[in-house]
Design a protein around this ligand. Sequence first.
Ligand code: GLV
Ligand code: MN
Ligand code: MN
Length: 418
Amino acid sequence: MTETTTAGEAFLADFRSMSTFGATLGGGVERQAATVADGQTRNWFRGLVEGHGFEVRYDVVGNQFALLELAPGAPFIALGSHLDSQPLGGRFDGAYGVLAGAHAGIRLKERIEASGETPTFNIAVVNWFNEEGCRFKPSMMGSSVFTGELPAEHALATTDPQGVSVATALEAIGTHGDFTLDVAAYVEIHIEQGRSLEDDGLTIGLVESTWGANKYEFVVHGEQAHTGATVISDRHDALLGAAELVVAARDIANRFSTDEYMVITSCSELNVFPNSPVVVASRVNLLVDVRSTDPDVLAAADAELHHRVAKIEQSANVRIERGAEHVWAAKAYDAAGMELAAASADALGLSHGVVRTLAGHDSTNMKDIVPTIMLFVPSAEGISHNEREFTNDADMLAGVDLLTEVTRRILDGEFVQR
Ligand code: GLV
Ligand code: MN
Ligand code: MN
């Protein structure tokens, strides 16, 4: 059962309104970080929460904080996720969690005002800047700066493929400032982006840990030449080197995955220069991503990747440069937080199970600095980063109820002490 029909309907109505920003013909959204569509979504969100008595602030990298000061001077419990999306992305990834946070805050504010009691903490709903990392790499940029993982100057100087910096793009949408949040604990709810909850018939996933991930930006250097006139033995074909690397990455996933541990690899982005019909490529930039549940298996797969890179330099007659990297370790979430979330789900009669997250989330960073709880609701068929991403209304509402209950308990001092 959801809290009340009216509260549930209000959430669903807001979810529908939010999904119109950057809406795509295929039912998804396209709101890459600090684009016009992202700016519009942020402004819509600002209007929504201000209408419920929140105050909105921004930090230096455009993280958006909707503050509910219920206990003046006290630290904040932050509920967050992200409103930006992948190109042709789904409308649930990230946005669901931000809106769920806002509605949990609205419900708790009403209850607290009705009770007349002062809670131990304040509530902040956070829309982290550029979680997706598509327009500007790396992903989880806003939370990485907030947690000290990434220097702000570095993030602000990062450019998109057109050469526009984060600083300029944030200036253009006008959502940055100098706010800092005093945060005591963090809770994030997100769609699973995998099949396990649906397969097991469960409504809630209690996330026990992240997978480890190593992402590398490689540059394959060849030499521009005529595709017809240059004999094969004279070629330094950057695209051939990149193609061998794409195949090697998949081969590593196949060879290193066991019944016990999975390895997932991808080449997700490839830019070919000069990308012209009668020209052998002089350069290819590509991103290779290697993930595993087990740190030793990840290290072994990673070592094999770099060994293959050296072999491909010989076989394709190219030079492969290793550029920027983005890594995070397989690491546990707070065990007491999982217990609190399990007890909250039990109290609401919601079925739940323990899951791990293959995808990165802003909680991946936040758990390194404050006690953190990560919750999932099911994704139909595990489809994600796709316009067909889907979570049904009942599961979304169950998640909002759970987030509200978890936050209520945290405000009552059940997770962190002041
Ligand atoms: C998110 O940043 C991911 O790479 O999963
Ligand atoms: Mn996400
Ligand atoms: Mn995503």
